[in-house]
Design a protein around this ligand. Sequence first.
Ligand SMILES: [Zn+2]
Length: 166
Amino acid sequence: MLAGSLPEKINFSRTVEEGNTIQGTIALWRFSRFALLVTENDPFVEVSLGFRKDMQQQIEAIGSAAVRVQLLCQKCLELLDYEVVVEVRTILVRDREALDLLTPSKDGIVVTSTLVDPVDIFEDELILDLPMAPRHESSGCTVSTSSESGDLTRQPFAGLSKLMKD
Ligand SMILES: [Zn+2]
């Protein structure tokens, strides 16, 4: 087990033979597309990654990644804490054609050498794990659940005037 920062390129054919699981961190900024979608909370993504040969002698990357980020609540437009946790299984293929030949249930990425950037293995999954419309739990949101209309102007006395009329 290796702790600390993961190398930018991993020799997966050697890792297959050794049968190791690599554990460590990757700086969040290296996930350039994912980093654009979130506000940094923890600057590192924690990663665990191993490689094995499947029955067709294809190399499969198996791993998990987790990072705490902040997202904009779509109700009150303030930040909320969110933990992204993903499990990944993806076949490493040599070219686009091999990618098209994969069983539809399998994910794959194209890797042109014996080196792979772990960012390429995890980034799409991290992005897919983000909620489309992040929202606080109702108790933690500054906009009360009754104003579902999407009206974000706060009217602290609106409820009071309604009470008075009754
Ligand atoms: Zn909120």
